[in-house]
Write a protein that binds this ligand. Structure first.
Ligand SMILES: Cc1ncc(COP(=O)(O)O)c(C=O)c1O
Length: 285
């Protein structure tokens, strides 16, 4: 928090220091947890895969009937200005669009737009080398295709997760795997096919990039995956903007594959990092 308090934040048209960035208590985000957001990485002051994140942000907003008060081009300029002002080498940028200052605590009003930039914390090399343990939990998000600000179940489960020495919780619905609170899921089957859930998920930008990279070398399929199938997979991993690709070696106490991060998982992580560098080199600041 200390370090972040000196950073500039965009709030409804103004760039202000984080200590002076406030919304009123009547906002529907506070009253009812109503709002959407998106989050992308910026490296050497350049946003990565920004088109995809903007597309998803405007789509989430539209599905929640929240008009974004700027065009995509205007928003791009605001983002670039914030990134220049804060001058962080590697960062995460979060755009939050709330339900607005509601008169009666239920009807949406003109949305408030906040944009925050934060230093980026990536998984350590040791974590990638070792892989992580996860647990599963039956739950289906409301409107999975929307990147909502409501993470109630994921946050409530943190306590249970830590008691089990797990690092993430994988949701399933009627025996079918969906996603993590903040990440997507992949398995590698015996015949080296990459499979990722097709339904009831947020379509991650990292998921999309990993599917495209994997398709150059392996068969890639989007389909239902059962809980049983997961436990027989050769390799499993998760994907997200901040975590890139993180190998999973234990699920509900059962060892997956060899119990070590798999070669295809690690190869795809290298491919993803190389793609990021390629895109950065092509992006004009
Ligand atoms: C529910 C959910 N699934 C998946 C993801 C991963 O998406 P991305 O790769 O775009 O970060 C996120 C990101 O926060 C998420 O909230």
């Amino acid at each position: 928090m200390e370090a972040q308090s000196t950073l500039q934040v965009f709030v409804n048209g103004d760039f202000v220091p984080a200590q002076q960035a406030f919304l009123h208590i009547s906002d529907l985000a506070i009253q009812r947890g109503y709002g959407v957001f998106d989050f992308f990485k910026a490296d050497k002051h350049k946003p990565l895969f920004l088109n995809d994140y903007l597309e998803r942000f405007y789509n989430s907003a539209s599905l929640m009937y929240l008009p974004v008060p700027y065009t995509k081009d205007e928003l791009r300029q605001i983002l670039q200005k914030l990134i220049s002002l804060n001058n962080l080498e590697e960062s995460g940028v979060k755009m939050i669009l709330t339900g607005g200052y509601s008169e009666n605590g239920f009807d949406p009003a003109a949305p408030n737009l906040i944009i925050q930039q934060q230093p980026l914390v990536l998984p350590s090399k040791e974590k990638v080398k070792k892989g992580i343990s996860i647990i599963t939990h039956e739950y289906l998000r409301d409107l999975p295709i929307v990147k909502s600000i409501n993470y109630t179940t994921g946050i409530r489960l943190l306590h249970h997760m830590r008691e089990q020495n797990a690092e993430e919780v994988l949701y399933f619905n009627s025996g079918i795997i969906t996603e993590f609170p903040r990440c997507n899921f992949f398995i590698v089957t015996e015949d080296n096919t990459l499979v990722t859930p097709a339904h009831n998920i947020l379509k991650g930008i990292t998921r999309k990039n990993v599917m495209a990279l994997a398709a150059k070398k392996y068969k890639v399929v989007e389909r239902d995956i059962t809980l049983q199938e997961v436990k027989q997979a050769k390799e499993t991993f998760l994907t997200s903007t901040t975590k890139r690709i993180l190998p999973i070696v234990k699920i509900d106490g059962e060892v997956i594959g060899t119990g070590k991060p798999g070669p295809i998982t690690l190869e795809l992580l290298q491919d993803l990092m190389a793609l990021e560098q390629e895109v950065l080199a092509e992006t004009v600041r």
